[in-house]
Design a protein around this ligand. Structure first.
Ligand code: ADP
Ligand code: AMP
Length: 225
């Protein structure tokens, strides 16, 4: 998508709403970089960094990693040159503190958030999605055993890597992650609504239907079409 200034989109929704699936599909189409705080933590964990080890204790319990370290990690990532055209944020911000830090960072660069699409999905559907999710160990691509299976069982279509189940996708941790979402993250809907940035999309529809609805809303926000 050609634009004179970088575009910033914030995908909001509970765990399992499809933020990562959609962001990965849209990043090439829109020419924006997907930045997923969860992926950044998992990368740190894989590389056994201090940040990764700190994050692990929170991720395992389905709690949020403290704001200060999370904000610093995402801000650092957004300064890299592959983010120059703009970013699709997926999983960040998750607290009001993170949202205002993001606004301040963008404002200091003369930028702002263009749209905060909210994906709505019922809790029963979220639980079915998260407990059946599979992720590629190599490239991070996301599948679902039933709703979005790979061509060959447990093998990534994109890179041939091995698929695994995230340890925080167990039923017990998923329940806590939903609780944490409603308590700490859902207030962001009001925060962005008050700024006129929300658009509500039924995330319970098929992946391609959600993708088209998102694309339509994003094109309108960026180009007024
Ligand atoms: P999030 O990033 O919001 O936590 P994901 O994109 O990882 O969610 O999706 C969670 C799970 O649901 C994955 O297994 C994914 O394949 C599946 N999924 C995503 N979107 C849909 C959809 N529209 N219908 C059915 N399953 C979906
Ligand atoms: P996700 O991959 O988005 O489902 O995130 C997995 C886990 O990483 C969450 O349950 C949190 O423990 C942690 N995490 C990801 N993003 C954030 C964030 N913005 N703030 C705090 N913790 C986060």
């Amino acid at each position: 998508m050609s634009s004179t200034h970088p575009a910033y989109l914030v995908f909001i929704g509970p765990p399992g709403a499809g933020k990562g699936t959609q962001a990965a599909m849209l990043e090439k189409k829109l020419g924006l970089k997907q930045v997923s705080s969860g992926d950044l933590f998992r990368e740190n964990l894989k590389n056994q960094t201090e940040l990764g080890l700190l994050a692990k204790s929170y991720i395992d319990r389905g709690e949020l990693v403290p704001d200060e370290v999370t904000i610093r990690m995402v801000q650092d990532r957004m300064q890299r040159p592959d983010c120059d055209q703009g970013v699709i944020l997926d999983g960040f911000p998750r607290t009001l503190e993170q949202a205002s830090a993001l606004d301040a960072m963008l404002a200091s660069q003369g930028s702002k958030i263009d749209l905060a699409p909210v994906l709505t999905v019922s809790d029963d559907e979220l639980i079915a999605r998260l407990t059946g999710r599979r992720v590629c160990r190599n490239c991070g691509a996301t599948y679902h055993m039933i709703f979005n299976p790979p061509r060959v069982e447990d093998v990534c279509d994109a890179c041939g890597g091995e698929l695994y189940q995230r340890s925080d996708d167990s039923l017990e941790t998923v329940r806590n992650r939903l609780y944490v979402y409603y308590k700490q993250t859902s207030p962001l809907i009001g925060y962005y609504y008050a700024k006129g940035l929300t658009t509500f999309i039924d995330g319970g529809q098929a992946i391609d239907v959600v993708k088209q609805a998102l694309l339509d809303a994003i094109q309108t926000a960026l180009h007024g079409k």
